[in-house]
Design a protein around this ligand. Structure first.
Ligand code: 5GP
Ligand code: ZN
Length: 112
């Protein structure tokens, strides 16, 4: 499997792992866009949000709930942003579903 995030999950590419369980892992983004910038990634390869199936609904809930838990643990009491980029127009550059968790600075809206 040539997928970058699958290699991070199997450990063949190193990462700064912050959290892991049976369903997902969270690690620091290599090019942080905020003081806290983590990627929350399902262990199972799913190309993007556009490729999820009905059976993935609990997994999506798990990714969101864990993101909130990680944000709490990291003391992001003033808030944070969760983002899923999907496809070319969405700005997705790694084709393995992932949720960005960004915090530690004030975010603007709309994003660029
Ligand atoms: P996307 O643009 O697909 O939503 O997000 C992909 C993210 O993966 C980017 O924020 C990028 O900085 C991050 N990224 C790309 N390659 C690596 C890597 O090798 N290690 C880590 N930790 N993050 C990466
Ligand atoms: Zn993958």
């Amino acid at each position: 499997m040539s997928c970058l995030f699958c290699k991070i999950i199997d450990g063949s590419i190193p990462s700064n792992r912050i959290y892991e369980d049976e369903e997902c892992i969270a690690f620091a983004d290599i090019h942080p866009q905020a003081p806290a910038h983590l990627l929350v990634v399902p262990r199972r390869h799913i190309g993007s949000l556009a490729e999820v199936a009905g059976e993935d609904t609990p997994l999506l809930g798990h990714l969101l709930a864990k993101s909130a838990e990680i944000a709490r643990q990291r003391g992001l009491t003033k808030g944070y942003r969760t983002v899923i980029n999907t496809g070319a127009d969405g700005g997705q550059t790694v084709d393995h579903l992932h949720l960005h968790l960004l915090g530690g600075r004030h975010m603007v809206w709309p994003p660029g």
